[in-house]
Design a protein around this ligand. Structure first.
Ligand SMILES: NC(=O)c1ccc[n+]([C@@H]2O[C@H](COP(=O)([O-])OP(=O)(O)OC[C@H]3O[C@@H](n4cnc5c(N)ncnc54)[C@H](O)[C@@H]3O)[C@@H](O)[C@H]2O)c1
Length: 462
């Protein structure tokens, strides 16, 4: 009898569970998502280089708050032609066309309606499709664009489920096209400097990184076209917007460039403000997304990441960015600061070593010297123009500049499709953990075993 019960329990743990996609099984108390087979002829796009494109011809899909400003930024880039503009709503394509007209640039072809984006993807004079629609349209559009021979850049999060993450990976591998998620926060000035310092060993060995998205969206919910964002959160538990916090953390930890995220555990609060907002705006009686969600992640090399998500309560904006190393520490919110062991900085930065203790931030004056000395070479190259053009203070422009620079020079992009998948899958992984009593979840290896082939995260330069 005991044997029968054990067998039954084993069978039960192998079937998928309710909640999320259910495409997982529970093995020894850990949730394990299924990994699809790599089909024949499909090959890795790790370090993908494609033929240099002298003038990158771009088509934009989704011209709301984010897409409209992306078009604006692109008018400042060299080596770019804006060929086509698409939105569900024709007045939004007209408004974007106005940007081109004002700058005396050639007019773009315009597409609108539910399926206008398909016609845009079928054009034969476009190299890059730049997608800025709501989350649930990202993957169908990106897949279709790659299958029609285009490179793709798509807004955050790239995908809304583990299955969608695999779809992006598989189609990028099948078509050998670039698929870059437009994670802009990795290009912010403090994060770039910190990354450069990490690459130069200033923090010693990095042990722990924190990140998050703390942004009260009360004033914004009604501005998302068709209420796509609140409606998604109403039906999805978990950290559904993890990439701004996770991107910088993964870059300093060399994720899939020598280390990999192996497991996570998540926990959330009940939903009070989210539920009230959904009642008010949608007359909804339930709300799946907790007001505050926390996720702890472990890596193969014994590092940890803490992620947080809260878009519902009155708190100062924060991406929680924090790096803890064996020899140093960086913190971005609410105050930017560094702390080090004395020996790490060098005489040219710190004259008075008495000013530094391992227990406090370095002085503002020293911090400014550090920010200048360790400014990332990519930032040094484009900073003035980026600050002028703007886009969250300039980081958006640095992102666009790097995307075009790499395409024009046939270089691997700064973010590959595996980054897009790893940073976007948190939504479903965290939901699965919480739906199962905060059970650990094994991270899918989207590189299918290649995570240790590249050593260290680096920006490609010609
Ligand atoms: N990286 C960042 O800092 C940042 C900031 C804000 C938003 N975003 C991301 O940008 C994306 C868009 O957000 P937003 O704030 O601009 O939302 P939005 O609602 O203002 O814009 C979405 C646009 O997509 C259009 N659209 C809907 N269906 C379409 C279809 N079938 N074909 C073509 N267009 C269609 C809508 O009409 C709308 O103009 C989201 O993924 C969001 O997460 C990123």
């Amino acid at each position: 009898m005991k044997k029968l019960i054990l067998m039954l329990a084993a069978v039960l743990t192998l079937v998928g569970c309710a909640g999320t996609s259910g495409d997982y099984r529970i093995v020894d108390g850990t949730i394990v998502f299924n990994t699809p087979e790599r089909i024949e002829g499909q090959k890795s796009v790790l370090g993908l280089r494609t033929a240099p494109i002298d003038t990158v011809r771009v088509g934009f899909i989704g011209l709301g708050m984010r897409g409209h400003s992306a078009v604006q930024r692109f008018t400042y880039l060299e080596g770019v032609e804006i060929k086509a503009l698409c939105d569900l709503l024709p007045d939004r394509t007209d408004a974007a066309q106005e940007i081109l007209k004002k700058k005396n640039l050639p007019e773009a072809a315009l597409y609108s309606g539910e399926d206008g984006w398909k016609d845009l993807c079928c054009r034969d004079d476009i190299d890059l499709v730049y997608i800025c629609t709501g989350w649930q349209l990202h993957v169908p559009m990106a897949v279709y664009a790659m299958q029609h021979g285009k490179h793709v850049a798509l807004e955050v999060p790239a995908a809304t489920s583990v299955a969608e993450c695999w779809q992006l990976v598989d189609v990028a591998e099948q078509t050998q096209k670039h698929c870059m998620m437009l994670e802009n926060c990795v290009y912010d000035f403090f994060e770039m400097t910190t990354l450069n310092m990490a690459e130069q060993g200033l923090f010693g060995e990095i042990l722990h990184v924190e990140g998050g998205y703390i942004h009260n969206l009360d004033e914004f919910w009604e501005q998302y076209q068709g209420n796509w964002r609140l409606s998604f959160n109403q039906s999805h538990r978990g950290d559904v917007y993890a990439t701004h916090g996770l991107g910088p953390a993964c870059q300093v930890l060399d994720i899939h460039r020598g280390d990999r995220m192996t497991r996570l555990v998540s926990m959330d609060t009940e939903s009070i403000n989210g539920a009230a907002t959904a009642k008010r705006l949608m007359d909804a009686d339930s709300f799946a997304n907790g007001d505050h969600t926390m996720t702890m992640i472990g890596t193969a090399k014994g590092k940890t990441i803490l992620l947080q998500h809260n878009v519902y309560t009155p708190r100062p904006y924060s991406r929680e960015y924090q790096v803890t190393g064996t020899d140093g520490f960086a913190n971005k919110y609410p105050v930017e600061g560094f702390a080090f062991r004395h020996k790490n900085l060098g005489e040219d930065v710190v004259k008075d070593h008495e000013d530094l203790t391992g227990h406090d931030f370095v002085s503002e004056e020293i911090k400014e010297k550090i920010m200048e000395k360790y400014k990332h070479p990519v930032v040094r190259e484009i900073e003035d123009q980026a600050r002028k053009v703007g886009g969250h203070g300039g980081m958006d422009y640095i992102m666009d500049y790097r995307l075009i620079y790499c395409l024009r020079n046939g270089l691997p992009l700064d973010q590959d499709v595996y980054d897009a998948a790893e940073w976007s899958c948190i939504g479903e992984l965290s939901a699965a953990s919480m739906d199962n009593g905060n059970m650990p979840v094994e991270f899918p290896d989207f590189t299918r075993g290649d995570w240790n082939k590249t050593q260290g995260y680096r920006h490609a330069v010609k």
